[in-house]
Design a protein around this ligand. Sequence first.
Ligand SMILES: [Zn+2]
Length: 144
Amino acid sequence: MSQPMASAGGAAPQPLPGTRPFWEGTQAGELRLQLCDCCDTHVLYPRPHCPACGAEAVSWVRASGRARLYSYVINHMPMPGWTGAMPYVIAVVELEEGPRMMTNLVGVPPDPKHLVLDMPLQVVFEPRGEVMLPLFKPAAEAAR
Ligand SMILES: [Zn+2]
């Protein structure tokens, strides 16, 4: 029940009933979060009640897709099912709305010289098995 729904770089995540709106969102090219109807806290990962105030009224909303690099590791060990380039960047990004999520970075060399904490990122979607997985790339305004 508490496993991460988007295992970074691993086998394709299996949509569960509670996360279906999230995966329908990625299919539609949208990053979706839950928003508490009571206290306006953005919620990720999906759950039936607000972790901040306990309210059972959370709605799905579209996130901006903007985030900042919170932390990362450069992974040299492919996980089962990984078919992408090696090494690759496993990152924790902080969404503009507040929640943090584990993801992969694309469009940037897996090199600390290019990976600046707090750098602006933008969500992109790549097919992984049956689902579209949300990944992040440097935001256009970060181009130097
Ligand atoms: Zn709340």
